[in-house]
Design a protein around this ligand. Structure first.
Ligand SMILES: Nc1nc2c(ncn2[C@@H]2O[C@H](COP(=O)(O)OP(=O)(O)OP(=O)(O)O)[C@@H](O)[C@H]2O)c(=O)[nH]1
Ligand SMILES: [Mg+2]
Length: 339
């Protein structure tokens, strides 16, 4: 069984990339498994991946780094590993894959075939870094130094010159890394990347020491995440534009409240489902735009899952902001929402 971890910062497009590559594998008759690792109680990404029909497991509560035994247990419980084709794992976004690869090699040896350490970068965010002469974001930089393959995503939003400049920044951080560029959204270069991930193998880990890893974890400890599920019921059925309007309103309220308390948003995600149809909405750090996937017809009763990832704001406050937002939205859109 090929095991491929797709690392990378919040909103870089990991879930989109994994689901698009999984669709391709499924079309070729391959079996694909997916493990998602998030901090929240209830999370958008695994719901979305299951909606697409892939077998998945969820490792919630915190970073894989603290729950490695649970990951190993999930992997140990996968029956007939030799008959499964690919397991994709999406780790918590600040995680350093080299630590994980080091532990997994010790545990599973030849039983699994690890793809090279792969880090996905948000091309849109790096365009902003170039345009505004900002420093390369700290966590992304550490992950690039840790990677064997760097994938620049959101190629559809980049010019050739911007891509060239981004590649230069990446090589400066890690001269030995293999760079690819894709658009997970429109499928550009995905076949080539998939072939590489399936064919190439991780070449030994450069993981330095547990002490250095602890240092790294301290530096990312300001990032908090909350994932909660709510039930909703609307008096009148919501069509696609109305549902989008509702999500826009929720996201704007969350964003304003968190920014006003001095927090910095990394990613807001929502998933609305009534059992027949769904929409997934996402607002990554690089844009203030709400990006919608999926379609609803007339949705009246169902679930709303919200994930908010932000820095410099405690997770209790994130939760408080969610509740405040829900209270406002209820009145304005005349819907009942409760958790
Ligand atoms: N324009 C463009 N948008 C993309 C592309 N890939 C992903 N996105 C969008 O980027 C946003 C974040 O994508 P996700 O796949 O949820 O990112 P993620 O890395 O899984 O995010 P976390 O799980 O929160 O860390 C979504 O709105 C996607 O639709 C791409 O190639 N081009
Ligand atoms: Mg994701």
């Amino acid at each position: 069984m090929k095991v491929s971890f797709i690392g990378g910062f919040y909103g870089s497009g990991k879930t989109t990339l994994i689901s698009e590559m999984s669709k391709k594998l499924k079309e070729d008759g391959k079996t694909v498994l997916f493990i998602d690792n998030e901090k929240g109680n209830s999370n958008v990404d695994p719901l979305f991946v299951r909606e697409l029909g892939f077998d998945g497991d969820e490792l919630t509560g915190g970073c894989i780094c603290f729950y490695l035994d649970r990951l190993k247990e999930i992997m140990r419980n996968i029956e007939d590993k030799s008959k499964k084709d690919v397991l994709f794992v999406e780790p918590v976004s600040y995680f350093l894959p080299s630590k994980l690869y080091f532990d997994l090699r010790n545990e599973f040896g030849d039983e699994i075939d690890l793809s090279p350490i792969t880090i996905l970068l948000d091309g849109r965010e790096l365009k902003d870094v170039l345009d505004n002469d900002r420093e390369f974001p700290l966590i992304d930089a550490r992950q690039v130094k840790d990677a064997e393959i760097v994938v620049i995503n959101k190629l559809d939003l980049l010019s050739e010159d911007e891509l060239k400049d981004i590649k230069e920044m990446v090589y400066e951080l890690n001269p030995n890394v293999e760079i690819h560029s894709v658009s997970a959204k429109n499928g550009n270069n995905l076949d080539e990347l998939l072939e590489i991930l399936l064919k190439e193998t991780h070449q030994g880990s450069d993981f330095k020491s547990p002490a250095m890893f602890q240092e790294y974890l301290k530096s990312v400890s300001g990032i908090n995440e909350r994932g909660e599920e709510f039930k909703f019921q609307s008096k009148t059925p919501l069509n696609q534009p109305k549902t989008q309007e509702l999500v826009q309103d929720i996201f704007q309220n969350l964003k304003n409240d968190i920014t006003n308390t001095g927090g910095k948003i990394h990613h807001i995600k929502a998933y609305i489902n009534d059992g027949d149809s769904y929409i997934k909405a996402s607002m990554p750090r690089a844009t203030n735009e709400v990006d919608i996937t999926g379609k609803v017809n007339k949705i009246q009763k169902g679930h709303l899952v919200l994930n908010v990832i932000a820095e410099e704001v405690p997770d209790d406050l994130i939760y408080g902001t969610m509740l405040k937002t829900i209270a406002k939205i209820k009145n304005k859109h005349k819907i009942k929402i409760e958790n």
